[in-house]
Design a protein around this ligand. Structure first.
Ligand code: GTP
Ligand code: MG
Length: 390
């Protein structure tokens, strides 16, 4: 870091002059590595003349890690609630620097890279994330993380949230502390790494990436492939109602509607006519699909009104359509079904209550009544969710 950059910052904000950077390290039983991590971080900052501190967020270590960190010169904060995210949240809350650099307490990341990360922030970046994928040392990452877990989860994250971050689970990152409020991080486990990237992209922060090396770990890994992989996946799908509900629901409902239409119109497909059993299948898909879409709309409403999320499509729809529109649509669809039932009843009475052979019409009528009722009551629920919106 240049001397001029430091002096500009010192003049602009005197209280931070003595602490430009907080290096935050989460720690759970890392006695083998923690002293060296703290030592390298402090030495790297001293060498680059960066005024800073090292904060170790200890997560209830039972091997004396906290004491060793303190002896090595770190400020230790204690977080009893277990988890990578919990540890970081406690560390961030205690950090005093203008910038925060974060990395594991296991010597997999090189703290000598701190000045490179800071240079990107000083050049205007809001968040800098390492990319380990081209520089993984032998034994540093199991093959199923390297070639399956990490690429799959990173690609899925980008498919849903378009962050452009190649190595979304890299643990060495830096960001401006002032962004913590906008990031509003909450998760407690390993999915914290995904949450940071997703929240930063949603907040439209300038995210930059730096190629870094990934070394073999000292001490025992705390990562559990399946439990932590699932926690990442769960976080991603729960934060994307459009992909979890709306898209699959709409596809299922559309296929169901096409099947119902094909049977009702006696259209030949694959060289044969399809009858009542196929209609039941189509009707089932139409009902299930529309139910999933209804749940998705409620999830989007909740996310928009109570979680501060922005979904342009949902916001456009909720501006355009009101409760009354939903009620009118629901009533029309349900009444169409009721009218079909009335016609069947009339025929039945007319035939002197004889045998009824109106299965197709009856199934279609029942489906329409279910759909209409669902549309009307989903509209009510959406309105209720919107009552307290700000
Ligand atoms: N998993 C986990 N890590 C914690 C916890 N509390 C603090 N940590 C620290 O969080 C960091 C990440 O854990 P690691 O075991 O290194 O997980 P990882 O980096 O994904 O996996 P490795 O490549 O094996 O290092 C380490 O510095 C841990 O000491 C916790 O409750 N669970
Ligand atoms: Mg690690």
């Amino acid at each position: 870091m240049s001397a001029s950059a430091q002096s500009t910052l010192a003049v602009a904000d005197p209280p931070e002059a003595s602490c430009l950077v907080s290096v935050v390290i989460p720690c759970l039983n890392e006695a083998e590595n923690i002293e060296e991590c703290v030592g390298i971080a402090l030495a790297a900052m001293e060498k680059a003349e960066i005024p800073g501190e090292v904060v170790v967020a200890d997560n209830g270590s039972e091997d004396g890690s906290a004491e060793l960190a303190e002896l090595a010169g770190a400020r230790v904060v204690h977080e009893p609630l277990r988890g990578y995210g919990s540890a970081y949240l406690a560390g961030f809350a205690a950090a005093r620097g203008r910038y925060i650099v974060m990395a594991d307490a296991d010597l997999t990341y090189d703290f000598n890279e701190i000045p490179r990360f800071l240079a990107e922030l000083e050049a205007g970046g809001d968040m800098v994330i390492g990319n380990r994928m081209d520089n993984i040392h032998p034994g540093a990452m199991p093959w199923h993380h390297r070639y399956i877990g990490n690429p799959l989860l990173s690609n899925f994250l980008n498919l849903l949230f378009h962050t452009g971050v190649s190595d979304a689970h890299c643990g060495m990152r830096a960001f401006r502390r002032e962004h913590l409020e906008r990031l509003d991080l909450r998760t407690t486990g390993m999915e914290f790494a995904s949450e940071m990237v997703v929240r930063a992209a949603k907040a439209k922060l300038d995210i930059r990436q730096l190629p870094i090396e990934y070394h073999a770990r000292g001490g025992e890994s705390k990562l559990s492939s399946f439990r932590d992989g699932w926690r990442h996946l769960r976080f991603l799908i729960l934060h994307s109602p459009r992909h979890l509900f709306i898209l699959p629901g709409a596809v299922i409902a559309t296929v169901g509607a096409l099947i119902c239409g094909m049977v009702a119109a006696h259209i030949d497909v694959l060289g044969r006519q399809w009858a009542v059993h196929t209609l039941i299948g189509g009707s089932l898909m139409l009902i299930v699909g529309s139910q999933i879409v209804s749940l998705g709309l409620c999830a989007l409403a909740y996310a928009t009104y109570f979680m501060g999320e922005h979904d342009p499509w949902f916001e456009r729809m909720s501006r355009r359509y009101r409760l009354e529109h939903g009620l009118m649509l629901g009533a029309t669809v349900a009444l169409l079904g009721v009218a079909m039932v009335a016609v069947i009843m009339a025929q039945w009475i007319h035939s002197g209550f004889g045998n009824l052979v109106q299965e197709r019409v009856a199934i279609t009528a029942a489906t329409l009544v279910v759909l209409g009722t669902q549309i009307a009551f989903t509209s009510f629920l959406l309105s209720i969710l919107g009552l307290r919106r700000r």
